[in-house]
Design a protein around this ligand. Structure first.
Ligand code: NAP
Length: 317
């Protein structure tokens, strides 16, 4: 599978498709999760995305299930030196039932919990899962920097951040001689929600044009989630959410159908290929519940969109 070097000087390589592990241990059982993980690695995939809180909202779950399944799978293969494991902190439930936030003690305790569940002494990428506008940024930045100097984390990332918050906190980290975020993870796909609608999923922040411009100009690495819109590109049982229903969506769906048909591939594959060759380049994260779904996604990694078809997709708006 094609690889991409992370921006920011770490030299670390990530696979151009990232496997989302959010559902592992909850809606995807452990045996199926192991089959999916094995297939991903067999196909050359290296980069796997999880979080401390996955998936506490599933009835009967408390969070940590995804990392625990990953931990048992990592133990079964003996080493994770050839993999890039990304996890996150900040979106779990705090003691008062709201988001746990990014206070230094939360970062320290939650990272230790993540490493314990994964059975490793390091994660390659560690994200602030969402903004915390209450804790002073200096404290959050210092705590994240410490995770790097202690060797528990290689690279820092920010997810669900407004562009200006990303720029501000990165500037602050540099001014303090501490480690800035160099990876961004935001919601993004080919279809776009109506501007100014609020996404119903708590904490999800869509990549804005401003954020994409910042990533492009300042050479950050961008990961995108919910790239397949939960299956809505191909499945009647997964209708598009209301805030995606607008004339631009009709035009983009038309363009997708045309390009998929001309290339003899699926709409999901066109979406993933479009993201991978995006400006700025994007590493799509895919959540899958079967090996067959994963195989469809893997088939997109080497798909080159001819320039004239890319134009068809870009110009449908
Ligand atoms: N940073 C954040 O705040 C954040 C938020 C959300 C997600 N994420 C990350 O992104 C990953 C993926 O996100 P997501 O699950 O929200 O979105 P997604 O990848 O768009 O949707 C995943 C679902 O789409 C369906 N699907 C996948 N491949 C398919 C295919 N080839 N054909 C038909 N249906 C297909 C499956 O539904 P069924 O299971 O019903 O078959 C699958 O569970 C997560 O695992 C997580 O790592 C991060």
């Amino acid at each position: 599978m094609r690889q991409q070097r992370l921006s920011g000087g770490s030299g670390m390589l990530v696979s151009r498709l990232c496997l989302g592990a959010m559902s592992f241990g909850t809606t995807v059982d452990e045996q199926t999760a192991f089959q999916i993980l094995d297939r991903f690695v067999d196909a050359g995939g290296t980069t796997i995305d999880t979080a401390n809180c996955y998936s506490f909202w599933v009835p009967g779950s408390r969070g940590g299930e995804s990392e625990s399944v990953l931990g048992r799978w990592l133990a079964s293969r003996g080493s994770h030196d050839d993999l890039v494991i990304a996890s996150k902190v900040g979106s779990g439930l705090g003691p008062d039932g709201t988001a746990e936030g990014l206070a230094p003690q939360v970062i320290r305790e939650q990272l230790d919990g993540t490493l314990r569940r994964l059975g490793t002494d390091r994660v390659e990428i560690y994200y602030a899962h969402r903004e915390d506008r209450v804790t002073p940024d200096e404290q959050t930045i210092a705590a994240f920097h410490e995770t790097v100097t202690e060797g528990k984390v290689r690279v820092l990332g920010a997810s669900n951040h407004a562009a200006w918050r990303l720029a501000e906190t990165r500037g602050l980290a540099r001014a303090r001689g501490e480690t800035p975020y160099t990876v961004v993870q935001q919601r993004y796909s080919y279809l776009l929600p109506r501007p100014a609608t609020t996404l119903p999923e708590g904490g999800h922040v869509h990549a804005s044009e401003e954020l994409l411009d910042y990533v492009r100009t300042r050479e950050l690495t961008m990961f995108a989630y919910t790239t397949l819109l939960w299956g809505a590109y191909s499945r009647a049982d997964k209708p598009l959410q209301e805030h995606y229903l607008h004339p631009g969506t009709d035009r983009r769906r038309g363009a997708l159908a045309r390009v998929a048909s001309e290339l003899g591939v699926t709409a999901n594959q066109v979406v993933l290929a479009w993201l991978i060759e995006h400006d700025p380049p994007i590493v799509p994260i895919v959540g899958v519940s079967s090996v067959a779904q994963l195989d469809e996604a893997i088939g997109a990694v080497d798909l080159q969109l001819p320039a004239e078809l890319r134009k068809v997709l870009d110009e449908a708006a």
